[in-house]
Structure formats: structure tokens, C-alpha cells
Design a protein around this ligand. Structure first.
Ligand SMILES: NC(=O)c1ccc[n+]([C@@H]2O[C@H](COP(=O)([O-])OP(=O)(O)OC[C@H]3O[C@@H](n4cnc5c(N)ncnc54)[C@H](OP(=O)(O)O)[C@@H]3O)[C@@H](O)[C@H]2O)c1
Length: 338
């Protein structure tokens, strides 16, 4: 039996008609619009989460204008589980909204056993896209990313695989993630020559770590590539969660990409100063951290990774105040640079 989804019409599709809800930003010089916030599936949509919790976050995000969903072959845990979860959610209640959704996937990191299960070879990408489509139960992804430059595979091999994936109709657009600037230049040139231009580059950006370097910025601007920023809260550091100790259920407590030793007195002192500026702006530290990234014109979308409904719902208002005065910028940069 096919389930009939509820109508979801709470967003504006035209970015020039932002009405106080989710803004949409054109991705570089492409025609594709991304929601200013994307929902990321890296770590909080695997087998250790319930279907109900994942379904609630995804549909709530969509109801509040988040149309862009960031996945990869190996998101979980275990690898593949997040795409399977997305497949179940689509089939349960979102299948008739596919044309409104921008679904991305990636390949290039450790994925399956054996010599072909890691890296950015043609073998990895061509196999992986088919597996991702099967797991999600969809015919195409909107953006397929090369997840990283692997240090070994020739750039032209990886890029030709991306071109062929688009030509086969399995992805609409090509994206790149975590490329060193020299390899990024090679890749962008190859894709342009092949008439399958890269429309989006994804890397880590937040108040503490920013991989949108001047070198990358110049390249992205000249090729008309949009930017998507991941880890906007630096694994949760840029929130009020660690200001007074380490809560039991947190990445630092559980050793998930953070540990107790990351929470140094110097960092906490810095976070407290940032928190005070956020309070003056009537924002939480987490909201200000996301707004800070949206103040960057090149940013097409900030990819958030909420573990709970509360984390998701409290991040949404960040899109309402993304401008910073010169005084605020100076004060923030002084804190960040000391
Ligand atoms: N291209 C790439 O290689 C790459 C790499 C990494 C990530 N990404 C993408 O970017 C997405 C986001 O990355 P990320 O998970 O590192 O993002 P993040 O925002 O830096 O960290 C997410 C963590 O922050 C905490 N958090 C989130 N919202 C919060 C809130 N409102 N209040 C308090 N704490 C909050 C939670 O920590 P607790 O669990 O401790 O509560 C959550 O697990 C991923 O899902 C993925 O789609 C891409």
C-alpha cells in the first residue's frame, strides 16, 4: 500500500521572496537553489538512532524549509546506515516531495572491505553511486561529491568518473569536498573542459577552523562554484554545552570526534566571551556560529548536524539574523585570534 504524505507547503521556493522563513541561495553560478541550512546525516542518523527520531527530525526540517539533505555512502554508523535510513524516510512519507528535495551523496572514504573499498578511484565512485541509489531507493542524487582527494588517484580519473555519473543520469550536478588548492584547480579545470562543471565545493568552516582559505576562495569565485560549510559548531564546541563542564550525553563525553582533553580552560574562556556577544545579539552561541557562516556571501548552505529535535529547532532561527556590524566582527575576530 502506498502511504499518502501530508502536504508540506511552508516554504518559499523563490529566493528573492524570502518572507522571514528559510532563505534559499543560488549555488555559485548554477541554477540550483539550496536551503540556507542543510540537514547533515554524518553521525546522527545511523543504527543507534530510532527510526522515529530520524523521521521526526527530517520531516520537521523539511516542514521548516530545509530542502537540502547532505549524505554520503559511509554515513552511519555503520557505513551505509544513514542512506538506508533516508530511504526508509522517503518511502514512508516523502516520496511525493522528491522534486522539492536536493539530496546529495559522496564517495571517497573508507567504505567496504578490500582494496577497492576506499579512495577516489573510478571503481569506487561508479560502484558507490549505484549502492547509494539502491540504499535510498531513488533514481538519482541531485549532487554527487568526490568526498576527498585521496592523495593517489589521478585527478582526471576521479573527475571522469563524476562526468560519467552525470551523463548516466545518476546525478544532476557534481561537487567536490576537501581538495587541496592545487588539486582543486586541476579538478575544476577538467570538469569545465568536460562541460560538467563543478557547482559546489564543501569543506569545514566554523568560527574555530576555516578551510575556506584565500587560495580556495579565488578559485571558487573564478569558476562560479558555491560553497557548503560543514561542522559549523565544531562538533558542538560552539554551543553553550561545554561552558560549565562536560554533559554526559555529548560528543566529548562519548569520544565521538571530541574528547575530554579538547575542552581546555583556554577554549572555555574563549567560548564564554563569544557566548556574551551572542547574548547581546539575542542569539545563542550555536545560532551565532551558524549565522557567522551565512554572513559569507559565497556560502550557499551551512550543513548542520543536530542529534535531537531540540538541537534542530533551536538552530533554525539562526537564518533570521545573519548580519554582523563592523564592531561585532572586530570583537569576534579579536577573541578568535587570541
Ligand atoms: N564533506 C565532509 O567530509 C564532511 C565532514 C563532516 C561533516 N560533513 C557534513 O556536515 C554535517 C554536520 O557536521 P557535524 O556533525 O560535524 O556538525 P557540527 O554542528 O559541528 O556538530 C554536530 C554536533 O553538535 C552538537 N549540536 C548540534 N546542534 C546543537 C545545538 N543546537 N545545541 C547544542 N549542540 C548542538 C551535537 O553534539 P552532541 O552530539 O554532543 O550533542 C551534534 O552531534 C554532517 O552531518 C555531514 O553531513 C561533511
Amino acid at each position: 500500500m502506498q502511504l499518502k504524505p501530508e502536504p508540506r507547503k511552508q516554504y518559499v521556493a523563490d529566493p528573492s521572496r524570502y518572507d522571514g522563513r528559510m532563505p534559499y541561495r543560488r549555488c555559485g553560478r548554477s541554477g540550483l537553489c539550496l536551503s540556507a541550512l542543510s540537514l547533515g546525516f554524518w553521525w546522527n542518523f545511523g543504527e543507534d538512532e530510532t527510526f522515529a527520531s530520524c523521521h521526526e527530525r527530517v520531516t520537521y526540517a523539511f516542514d521548516h524549509g530545509i530542502t537540502t539533505f547532505d549524505l554520503a555512502n559511509n554515513y552511519g554508523p555503520p557505513f551505509g546506515a544513514a542512506e538506508e535510513m533516508m530511504g526508509r524516510i522517503i518511502s514512508r512519507s516523502m516520496h511525493t516531495h522528491r522534486r522539492e528535495m536536493v539530496i546529495t551523496s559522496k564517495a571517497g572514504h573508507d567504505m567496504w572491505e578490500g582494496p577497492c573499498g576506499d579512495g577516489s578511484s573510478r571503481k569506487m565512485l561508479m560502484t558507490s553511486i549505484d549502492d547509494s541509489l539502491t540504499r535510498m531507493g531513488i533514481d538519482y542524487v541531485d549532487i554527487f561529491y568526490s568526498h576527498r582527494y585521496d592523495g593517489v588517484t589521478p585527478v582526471e580519473e576521479t573527475m571522469q568518473a563524476l562526468v560519467d555519473i552525470v551523463r548516466a543520469g545518476k546525478a544532476l550536478y557534481v561537487g567536490l569536498s576537501k581538495y587541496p588548492a592545487d588539486k582543486l584547480a586541476e579538478a575544476l579545470s577538467y570538469l569545465r573542459e568536460a562541460r560538467t562543471p563543478c557547482i559546489v565545493y564543501q569543506d569545514k568552516s566554523n568560527m574555530l577552523v576555516n578551510n575556506l582559505t584565500d587560495e580556495r576562495r579565488v578559485l571558487l569565485e573564478s569558476y562560479g562554484v558555491g560553497y557548503t560549510a560543514f561542522s559549523p559548531l565544531q562538533q558542538g564546541l560552539l554551543t553553550d554545552k561545554y561552558l560549565n563542564g562536560i554533559p554526559d550525553y555529548s560528543r566529548a563525553a562519548n569520544g565521538k570526534h571530541l574528547s575530554h582533553t579538547d575542552i581546555t580552560p583556554e577554549l572555555v574562556a574563549k567560548l564564554k566571551k563569544l557566548d556574551a556577544i551572542a547574548a547581546d545579539r539575542n542569539q545563542s552561541l550555536a545560532q551565532m556560529a551558524v549565522a557567522w557562516l551565512l554572513d559569507e556571501p559565497m556560502t550557499a548552505s551551512v550543513i548542520i548536524g543536530p542529534r535531537t529535535m531540540e538541537q534542530l529547532s533551536t538552530l533554525l532561527p539562526a537564518v533570521s539574523d545573519t548580519r554582523f556590524s563592523n564592531d561585532e566582527k572586530e570583537a569576534i575576530n579579536t577573541i578568535l585570534n587570541t
